[in-house]
Design a protein around this ligand. Sequence first.
Ligand SMILES: NC(=O)c1ccc[n+]([C@@H]2O[C@H](COP(=O)([O-])OP(=O)(O)OC[C@H]3O[C@@H](n4cnc5c(N)ncnc54)[C@H](O)[C@@H]3O)[C@@H](O)[C@H]2O)c1
Ligand SMILES: [Fe+2]
Length: 395
Amino acid sequence: MTDHFNEDWQCYVPPVYFGPGRLDEAATLIRDRHFARVLLVTDPGIAQQTFFSRLCKSLEHNTIDYRVFSAVRGNPTSENVADCCAVFRDNDCDAIVTIGGGSAIDVAKAVSLTAANHHDLWDFCFFEDPANLPAVRGEDFFVPLLIIPTTAGTGSELSGSSCVITDCDSHRKRVPYHPEHFPFAVIDDPQLLTGLPANLSAWTGMDALTHALEAYSSPVFNPMCDGIALEAIRLCHQWLEKSVANGSDLTARSQMMAASSIAAVAFSAKGLGAVHSLAHAIGALFDTHHGLANAVVLPYMLEHNKEALADKLTTIACLLNLPEKSPDGVIQWLLALRQSLNIPSTLADLNIAESDLQAIAELALKDAEHQTNPVSMDENAFMQVCHKALHGRIG
Ligand SMILES: NC(=O)c1ccc[n+]([C@@H]2O[C@H](COP(=O)([O-])OP(=O)(O)OC[C@H]3O[C@@H](n4cnc5c(N)ncnc54)[C@H](O)[C@@H]3O)[C@@H](O)[C@H]2O)c1
Ligand SMILES: [Fe+2]
């Protein structure tokens, strides 16, 4: 795959209300739009948090009618989306507010894409079949959506309508998306991150870093988003370890939230790569946390892509002022970072066995994300990377 210079650049970012404490502005944003009844979409862990009850109280204080769907699961499935959609329709809701990590946001997006128009969710798999994307008819075709992320990882708040949902029939993660659908607003409140446990902070942070690295590595020509991806990499280098070491460090949390959100702008324009194809396969087959799967696979895949990325990885090494200004310097940094964050280093550590690798490679190949990997992937190439990742062999 080589760089080519014919590209259509699109980079739409909805209004982002960024800063500690800005959750309190949610009720006003909703009230001003005069919805009849909103559905709050979240997961059971978030529903227990004090910030969630604060949000509910402020909706009540502003006489905003709402219902709650709090049954989002990790690595959400099409069944999970159908359940949420049924609650939305049964309660005559007309808008969605989602507060949570990528799982809650993605279920909310999936319902927002389909609940008002009765299309099947898989009709929106733009990356699999752009030609058959449903035409938008009327202003009410999509359900209005407000997104409030509570992890600094997926960047799902700024990846347009793209949502990662496991198809219960094919048992693989698929990515519905419509280029004309966006949330009407995003609230990035880093205060909400201060209670996120260290392991989840590390895993989600590695997801953000993987987004930035894969977006920058993608051969799609988009220097504007290359700049965004490089800034996200720089922020992760400076702040990820600090945000994990001290969860209440609001500066570190703010910088990681910024890194995560902007990395999504970059990957939405440039695409991701084969690390994400493997992470999607591992998540669908073993229910592994998405960021953890990325963190384990990332150095092995970079090693595989290394020659094609010689210039780009050297640029990153110089930007970060790494001791070794070379592609190997970046890989060494990632290995050290992973260790300092107490993240396992092999697929074996995730209880994955040699006999599982074939299924992972087959599923990864079906995933659309590796279309923008700097090196073309086939099943054999995925198997090679998986074998190295299983036993922890770099090089
Ligand atoms: N749409 C996209 O652009 C995109 C990009 C990358 C990943 N994803 C998807 O996102 C999902 C992963 O999302 P995630 O990594 O944010 O994890 P998650 O949403 O699955 O949440 C993980 C856990 O963290 C808890 N949690 C979240 N925020 C918390 C907080 N502030 N305080 C305490 N606990 C908190 C949740 O209750 C949950 O138990 C995967 O399904 C992945 O495929 C989507
Ligand atoms: Fe991701």
